[in-house]
Design a protein around this ligand. Structure first.
Ligand code: SAH
Length: 214
């Protein structure tokens, strides 16, 4: 499934009307075709502003939420970014257009394999994929300028806070997995961490260990 001109217009209109106003983020989301990250029947709905099911019982996030999270991350072209929760790979692909390097981790090997195939097809050479429990972060690659978590934790995981550079930003949904959660932005300063509540969101939970298919 690839986007028609009309699909694209509606897609970008929905993003803008939901508050995605950063022109670099909009351009990146125009460049990365969401239809390539969704398989099967649901691919027909790729350009609607809604989350959709993907393999392993997971979901590709709603495009406007991807846009708002990317915007909240305030990405810089020099940044090294860690994403926890590769899922379909869509968020990582959007980020790859905006920063120097993206490390993306998922606990399901199958999702990582499928996302990697799309990154290769799109020639997105600055994304490194990994199958792992991302709540421990990636100590070997730390510290990161930016960290984005696309699964909900009860609290921002300690190892991720520790792997954020001073001056760095982390965006993470926090709260109980079966309730509405809050998207939080954490800034690491010389003195510690500043927390800011952005908006209510709903994500699948951040789970421990590797997925069953791994
Ligand atoms: N960013 C994705 C959507 C993520 S859905 C996209 O753009 O499509 C949340 C993902 O987090 C799921 O794929 C799930 O497997 C993964 N996940 C949950 N807990 C995890 C953990 N501890 N470590 C790594 N990935 C995890």
């Amino acid at each position: 499934m690839t986007a028609s001109a009309e699909d694209k217009m509606q897609f970008l209109f929905a993003l803008r009307s939901r508050g995605v106003t950063d022109s670099r983020v909009l351009t990146a989301m125009e460049e990365i075709d969401r239809g390539l990250f969704i398989r099967g029947l649901f691919s027909e709905r790729a350009y609607e502003d809604m989350p959709l099911p993907i393999a392993c019982g997971q979901t590709i996030s709603q495009p406007s939420v991807v846009g708002l999270m990317t915007q909240a991350l305030d990405p810089d072209p020099r940044d090294k970014v860690l994403e926890i929760g590769t899922g379909s790979g869509y968020q990582a692909a959007v980020l790859s257009k905006l920063v120097r390097r993206v490390y993306t981790v998922d606990r399901h090997r199958r999702l990582v394999r499928e996302a990697r195939a799309v990154f290769e097809a799109l020639d997105l050479g600055n994304i490194t994929t990994m199958t792992a429990d991302g709540s421990h972060g990636l100590p070997d690659q730390a510290p990161f300028d930016r960290i984005i978590v696309t699964a909900a934790a009860e609290d921002p995981p300690g190892p991720l806070l520790a792997q954020l550079k001073i001056g760095g930003i982390m965006v993470v949904p926090v709260g109980q997995s079966d309730a509405v959660q809050t998207l939080i932005r954490v800034r690491r300063t010389d003195a510690g961490y500043d927390y800011e509540e952005l908006r209510p969101v709903r994500f699948v939970p951040l789970l421990e260990g590797l997925g069953k298919d791994a």
